[in-house]
Design a protein around this ligand. Structure first.
Ligand code: PBG
Length: 337
C-alpha cells in the first residue's frame, strides 16, 4: 500500500520537484537505448533511401542502406531492428508464395545485416500480408480469411526466416493456433534458440494506416481485419490472447497499437509478469510528426514523454519509428527530461 502523505506542511510534494537533480533522483521510470526496437522498411534496389510520405522522416531502404543503418543503430546500442519488406505488386499473389522464398527481400536483408552487423538482433513478422494480393494476413477464399490453411504457410515462413538468421519471430496475424505450430516447427528443425515475440494483443486499428502505405499494402487490402484482430472495446480478450500465446510457447508478448492501449500494457505486465512490449505504430508516429510540423506541439519533448509512458505502464521495451533519433539523443544529452 502506498503511504498516505502526512498533512501539509509536514509533507510538501514540491520539495522533490524543486530542481532538475532532485527530479532526476526521484523519477520512478526512465528510458534507455536498450528499451528501443527500431522498425525499418526495406525495398529492392541499391543505394536507395526513399521517404514514406505519411511518415515524415521514415525511409524505405535498399538492403545495402539497411545494412549501413543497422550498423549505426548497433553503434548507438539499439538492441533489435524489426524489418518489414515493401513488396513489389508483381510479387503479391493469392497464394503468397513469396512469403516462403528463402531469398525474398526480408530474408536477404536479414542475411546481409547478420553478416555485417552480427551484434544486433533481428525481429521479423510472421504474416502473409506483405505477399498477399488481397492485402490480408491470411489466404482469402470467397471473401473469407482462412485460418488453418494459412497456418501451414506460416510454419514454412517461420522456418525460412529462422534459417536466414532472424533472432526473434513475431507472429502478427492474430489468428488461431500460430504460436504452438511455429514453436514446434522451430524445435523440430534445430531452431530451439529462436525467440517468439507474439503480437498477442493486437487490435483492429485505424492507427496502422501509414504502415500499410509504407509496405505497399493499402492499395491491395479489401475490407478490414476485424475478423482476426481484437475489437478495440475489449480488454479481457486481450489478456486471454496473451495467456493462450504464453501457453503455446511465446517468450515475449506485444501490445499494439501503443498509446491508445496503455491500459492493456499495464494489465498484461501486472497479470503475467512476462517480457511485455508495446508497438507505437505508424499512426501514432504520424500524429506526433504532423502536429510537430504545424508547430502545435513541441515534437522533441512529446516523443520522449510518449515513450516514457510505456515504461510507466510496465513495458520492457517499445517498437518505435523514433528509436534511432531517440538513441542518438540519449547518447548526446545527459539531461533529456
Ligand atoms: C502486419 C503488420 C501491421 C503492422 C505491423 N505488422 C499492419 C496490419 O496489421 O495491418 C502495423 C505497424 C504500424 O502501423 O506501424 N501484420
Amino acid at each position: 500500500m502506498p503511504h498516505t502523505p502526512a498533512p501539509f506542511p509536514a509533507a510538501r510534494a514540491r520539495r522533490l520537484r524543486r530542481t532538475d537533480w532532485m527530479r532526476d533522483l526521484t523519477r520512478e521510470n526512465s528510458l534507455a537505448v536498450s528499451d528501443l526496437i527500431w522498425p525499418m522498411f526495406v525495398r529492392e534496389g541499391v543505394g536507395i533511401e526513399e521517404p514514406v510520405s505519411a511518415m515524415p522522416g521514415v525511409m524505405r531502404r535498399s538492403v545495402d542502406r539497411a545494412v549501413d543503418a543497422a550498423n549505426e543503430a548497433a553503434n548507438l546500442g539499439i538492441p533489435v531492428i524489426a524489418l518489414f519488406p515493401y513488396t513489389e505488386g508483381s510479387k503479391k499473389t493469392p497464394g503468397c508464395e513469396e512469403a516462403i522464398n528463402p531469398d525474398n527481400l526480408v530474408n536477404t536483408a536479414t542475411r546481409a545485416i547478420k553478416a555485417a552487423v552480427p551484434d544486433i538482433g533481428i525481429l521479423l513478422d510472421v504474416a502473409l500480408d506483405p505477399y498477399n494480393s488481397d492485402g490480408h494476413d491470411g489466404f482469402v477464399v470467397d471473401g473469407v480469411i482462412q485460418n488453418d490453411e494459412t497456418l501451414m504457410m506460416l510454419e514454412q515462413q517461420a522456418l525460412v526466416q529462422a534459417e536466414a538468421g532472424a533472432d526473434i519471430l513475431g507472429p502478427s496475424d492474430m489468428m488461431d493456433g500460430r504460436i504452438g505450430v511455429i514453436r514446434r516447427a522451430l524445435e523440430g528443425n534445430e531452431f530451439s534458440d529462436t525467440a517468439i515475440m507474439s503480437y498477442s494483443a493486437k487490435f483492429a486499428s485505424a492507427f496502422y494506416g501509414p504502415f500499410r502505405d509504407a509496405v505497399g499494402a493499402s492499395g491491395a487490402l479489401k475490407g478490414d481485419k476485424k475478423t482476426y484482430q481484437i475489437d478495440s472495446g475489449n480488454a479481457d480478450e486481450a489478456l486471454r490472447m496473451v495467456a493462450r500465446d504464453l501457453d503455446e510457447g511465446a517468450d515475449m508478448v506485444m501490445v499494439k497499437p501503443g498509446m491508445p492501449y496503455l491500459d492493456i500494457c499495464q494489465r498484461v505486465k501486472s497479470e503475467f509478469a512476462v517480457p511485455t512490449f508495446a508497438y507505437q505504430v505508424s499512426g501514432e508516429y504520424a500524429m506526433i510528426e504532423a502536429a510537430g510540423q504545424n508547430g502545435w506541439i513541441d515534437r522533441d519533448k512529446v516523443i520522449l514523454e510518449a515513450l516514457l509512458a510505456f515504461k510507466r505502464a510496465g513495458c520492457d521495451g517499445i517498437l518505435t519509428y523514433h528509436a534511432f533519433e531517440v538513441a542518438q539523443r540519449l547518447q548526446r544529452d545527459v539531461d533529456l527530461f
